[in-house]
Design a protein around this ligand. Structure first.
Ligand code: SF4
Length: 295
């Protein structure tokens, strides 16, 4: 699936990069990353979910400038209801044949005392990768939590913020001792902009949506949203969200969920939230993240 660099630089390739073709190509590339055997999930009637973030809390002990999930905008951050989180994970499990990549995410997920119960509900045998995404400032000590992380083959994904280096080293030491996998990543963070109307016209919006490399659906409060931006933005009342931009997992039958999930995953139309976002535009510039540590 890797395209030679020479071909990528042609005019045709440039045009394809801002078309539905490239959006679908990236999804398929993601699928094949887990091996050619994944091709069976492309057969008619099968349903795979490429990437899903399960939001379990909006509490965070950092207030990063430019947090793309808009967490610092929550005035009253809270842990999400454990039973609803678990029920929605079960509904997603029932409705899908494969989940390639499932992230447990916040805020900061290690702040949530219910993390171990939520992890128990994760269908790890159906997932290629299960990750907990953390800022590596809170080192868990509950043996039950560590045990479930091991059993569910969780990878602890740590953001490589420079100011958390010390706690990260202690965290890595603990995970190594306990036999839990981890990975430190140093992504190039980019500015998605404040959640405000950027007045992109329809043509720009389409280009933006196809050029946007985000493929993470967001499971929050019983609903699977097309993107974390329309999920948190709509919860905060700062960004509109259309009725066809999420799947109400808890209130649908399994058949309805399958139908709507397929439509959501292969969506070719911009979201209302794209109007309130800079991702996929020339203004989506690099930034330093993890700057402000809450006292
Ligand atoms: S709101 Fe639109 S442009 Fe922004 S990250 Fe989501 S899909 Fe991409």
């Amino acid at each position: 699936m890797n395209i030679p660099k020479r071909l990528k630089q042609t005019k045709l390739a440039e045009r394809l990069k801002v078309s539905w073709f490239y959006k679908d190509y990236r999804r398929l590339k993601w699928c094949f990353q887990y091996g050619p055997s994944r091709i069976k999930y492309l057969l008619p009637g099968r349903l795979w979910v490429d990437k899903v973030d399960v939001c379990i809390t909006t509490k965070c002990n950092m207030r990063c400038d430019g947090c793309d999930h808009l967490i610092p905008y929550y005035k009253e951050p809270a842990h999400l209801d454990k039973d609803r989180v678990i029920a929605s994970i079960r509904k997603l499990d029932e409705a899908s044949d494969r989940i390639f990549h499932l992230n447990i995410l916040g805020g900061e997920p290690f702040l949530d005392p219910d993390l171990k119960y939520i992890l128990e509900a994760v269908p790890s045998e159906k997932c290629d990768v299960v990750q907990i995404v953390t800022n590596a400032t809170i080192i868990p000590s509950d043996p039950e939590l560590i045990d479930v992380m091991r059993r569910k083959k969780v990878v602890v994904l740590m953001s490589g913020y420079s100011q958390t280096e010390r706690s990260r080293s202690a965290f890595i030491e603990m995970l190594t001792r306990e036999g839990v996998a981890y990975h430190v990543y140093y992504p190039v963070w980019t500015d998605f902009g404040a959640p405000q109307d950027y007045h992109h016209d329809q043509k720009e919006l389409k280009r933006q949506f196809f050029a946007c490399k985000e493929s993470c659906h967001n499971l929050r409060d019983g609903k699977l949203y097309a993107c974390f931006r329309n999920s948190h933005g709509s919860a905060l009342g700062l960004v509109p969200c259309g009725e066809d931009e999420y799947v109400d997992l808890l209130n649908n039958s399994t058949a309805e969920n399958r139908k709507q999930l397929r439509r959501l995953i292969w969506r070719h139309r911009p979201l209302l939230a794209c109007q309130y976002c800079l991702r996929g535009t020339a203004d989506n510039v690099g930034i330093v993240r993890g700057k402000q540590l809450k006292k």
